[in-house]
Design a binder for this molecule. Structure first.
Ligand code: DGL
Length: 273
């Protein structure tokens, strides 16, 4: 029997998934969260499907030890490579960021041309295209890997001429193709949303899977009668953070994104799970 006041498990390859956790905190303020960031093994975006799936299984096993009632794969690459398999192996709801983002993009486009930007792994998997075409078969989905965005964001260059220049180089071909919708298919990209928006212009709608995933999670928990019935207080261990390395660096980055004052992040030996 699932306890509705149990926490939600959220995981990512590192800090980027905090953009998803932040949306869950905003949209579901009563919920507790256990976050795991795989800071020792980041990035996932350039690793193989097999490796990312193995990592994902270990993280799911760890989150199960925290008695979570549902799991959110905040990482696009893990959602793209591992989710289909892993969600079949557990008896609690597991949702990723790809399906919610794909659904909203399919509903948003008017001219049937959707761009997707993400890591090399997410773009190579073509998963956004697959889900979008299930909803709207005659859509053109154009993927573009943007591997430099993750380090730029992690260096804090959210508003910087270097980021402007790289963004132009990556996105000009999507502008030339005439997309009207662009999916920010990587955890880090919402943090440079303003730059991406400026480069794409106001005729292109940006879809943020982090936001859509929190909405989807709310619908799911409502549908299953699993929404927490009582407001979690900060002192209730409302938000707990675990990482596989570099707890101090994680804490510093997390505090620049999440405004609740993250007091600690604990290191756990993820390879043991
Ligand atoms: N979290 C990853 C994603 O959303 C980006 C960082 C990485 O490559 O691990 O795909």
């Amino acid at each position: 029997m699932i306890n509705e006041d149990a926490p939600i498990g959220v995981f990512d390859s590192g800090v980027g998934g905090l953009t998803v956790a932040r949306e869950i905190m905003r949209q579901l303020p009563n919920e507790k969260i256990v976050y795991f960031g795989d800071t020792a093994r980041v990035p996932y975006g350039s690793k193989s499907r097999e490796t990312v799936t193995r990592y994902t299984r270990q993280i799911v096993r760890f989150l199960r030890t925290q008695n979570v009632k549902a799991i959110v794969a905040a990482c696009n690459t893990a959602s793209a490579y591992a989710l289909d398999e892993v969600e079949r192996e557990v008896d609690i709801p597991v949702i990723g960021v790809v399906k919610p983002g794909a659904k909203v993009a399919a509903q948003t486009t008017l001219n049937g041309k959707i761009g997707v930007i993400g890591t090399e792994g997410t773009i190579a998997s073509s998963i956004y295209s697959r889900y979008i075409k299930e909803i709207k078969p005659d859509t053109d989905v154009i993927g573009k890997a943007c591997p430099l965005f993750v380090p730029l964001v992690e260096e804090g260059l959210w508003e910087d001429p270097v980021t402007d220049e790289i963004t132009k180089r990556y996105l000009t071909e999507l502008i030339d193709i005439g997309i009207d919708t662009l999916i920010l298919g990587c955890t880090h990209y919402p943090l440079i949303r303003a730059t991406i928006g400026r480069v794409m212009g106001d005729k292109v709608t940006l879809v943020n899977p982090a936001y859509e995933t929190a909405r989807e999670l709310k619908r799911l928990l409502e549908g299953e009668n699993m929404l927490s019935s009582r407001a979690a207080k900060l002192g209730d261990n409302r938000y707990r953070f675990y990482v596989s390395d570099g707890a101090e660096k994680f804490k510093h980055f997390a505090n620049s994104i999440i405004k609740y004052g993250i007091l600690s992040a604990k290191i756990i030996p993820i390879e043991d799970y």
